[in-house]
Design a protein around this ligand. Structure first.
Ligand code: USQ
Length: 391
């Protein structure tokens, strides 16, 4: 299959490209290097060594004699999107090219605007270009489990049957996101449903949970690492907890720490996305996957990271609750359905503890780099103080 990955330089984009190439697909990609630049803006960096795209592709060719066609550009630029799609005419497009950090979107009005506009415009450009040039191809778009928020009822996979005043309908499940970033994904979802209705585009909207991990089997084989962020803006919960444990910094559940989220390993995320591509929706179908493996509370993850780091690396594993910088429920019901990917053949690769052991060992290798970033680990981006116009 001819697959175009938008956001190929990112945490998920790069290992996905390796997996798809290894499975014999023809892969091309685009990226604006937005994440590399914005991570530097907050004085941080990936602790895993990530070489330039040119070097990545060169090394890949040396190792596997396989080529990826790469184009530098921004999906919020419609001309770039149209030219790219005309040139490649992919069978499937994976859209990962969005600003993906909740704290980044809460840094202030400028970052909120940047996140909401760029994310929405990019997706809009894509659906227009698809209907004009490749109306039969498949769009696999990354949304987030955070679109649903944490309602006090079960969360279905996208749609549910509801009865109200004696009438029934099958409707999109209500969304209640917790950051401008998460809202940008809700708006994308609405736009995708409408594009599907207008033009019968085939779309998979992936509500993905929080991803953790340093490696996939292709990263192990090639040593071509994907990025791994640990700072308060770009790092996510379990990746940060493992790094904090390795550095003997306190592990930081925010607030009471009973907030629950769906999590999955990088390896599993890549497997799920591959299944979504290789088993596409029907012509005119819009489908939603809730893509996570298990849900855990932040406290459960802090505890397991702490005990594993004590056992295998002799670390202190200190846990220190810090004031929650976010506006979110700290104790709540959480029961999202997630059966569609399993029905298509998805099976979890490694248990959580096994994956944490691998992560801790990998992070230990890059401890020097993490050590230099101690100053950007503690949370500073406070939701309620998000600044407006700088006068
Ligand atoms: N948290 C802590 N301590 C930390 C970091 C986070 O307790 O040091 C808590 C947060 O308060 C939150 C939970 O962990 O309750 C998840 O936070 P996160 O930073 O790991 O993840 P989040 O901001 O929700 O966003 C990440 C990705 C995003 C993706 C989303 C999936 O950055 O791209 O869409 O996970 S989900 O969370 O399911 O919406």
């Amino acid at each position: 299959m001819k697959i175009l990955i938008l956001g190929i330089d990112g945490y998920i984009g790069w290992p996905l490209a390796l997996r798809l190439i290894a499975r014999g697909h023809e892969v091309s990609g685009a990226d604006s290097f937005f994440t590399r630049e914005r991570v530097r803006e907050v004085n941080s960096d990936s602790i895993t060594p990530i070489v330039s795209m040119e070097d990545r592709l060169q090394k890949l060719y040396q190792l596997w004699k396989k080529k990826i066609e790469f184009h530098k550009g921004d999906v919020s630029d419609p001309e770039f999107v149209y030219d790219l799609i005309k040139k490649i005419k992919p069978d499937a497009i994976v859209h990962l090219a969005e600003q993906r950090s909740a704290p980044y979107s809460m840094l202030g009005l400028k970052q909120a605007t940047d996140t909401l506009t760029k994310n929405m415009i990019g997706t809009l450009n894509l659906v227009y270009a698809m209907k004009d040039i490749i109306p039969e191809s498949h769009l696999l778009k990354l949304g987030t489990m955070g679109e649903y928020g944490t309602p006090n009822i079960d969360i279905p996979e996208g749609f549910f049957e509801i009865e109200y005043k004696d009438r029934k309908d099958f409707l999109p499940f209500p969304k209640f996101a917790g950051s401008w970033y998460h809202w940008s994904k809700v708006h994308d979802t609405n736009n995708l449903m409408f594009a599907n209705k207008l033009w019968n585009l085939r779309i998979t909207d992936v509500m993905q949970g929080v991803v953790y991990g340093t490696r996939t089997k292709e990263i192990e084989e090639t040593d071509l690492y994907t990025r791994f962020d640990i700072d308060e803006v770009w790092g996510t919960a379990l990746n940060r907890f493992c790094t904090q444990a390795v550095l003997d910094e306190p592990i930081t559940p925010y607030g009471k720490g009973f907030q629950r989220r769906g999590f999955l390993s990088l390896e599993d995320s890549i497997s799920c996305l591959t299944i979504g591509l290789e088993k596409p929706p029907e012509h005119g179908e819009y489908r939603v996957f809730n893509q996570f493996d298990e849900h855990y509370s932040v406290n459960e993850l802090a505890e397991i990271t702490s005990s594993t780091a004590r056992d295998i690396l002799n670390k202190r594993g200190k846990i220190e609750h810090v004031e929650n910088p976010r506006i979110e429920k700290e104790e709540h019901y959480y029961n999202p359905e997630h059966s569609k990917l399993k029905a298509l053949g998805y099976e979890r690769k490694r248990a959580l503890k096994e994956e944490i052991i691998l992560m801790l060992k990998d992070i230990e290798k890059f401890k020097g780099k993490a050590d230099n970033l101690r100053g950007v680990i503690k949370p500073k981006t406070v939701w309620k103080n998000s600044p407006g116009l700088d006068k």
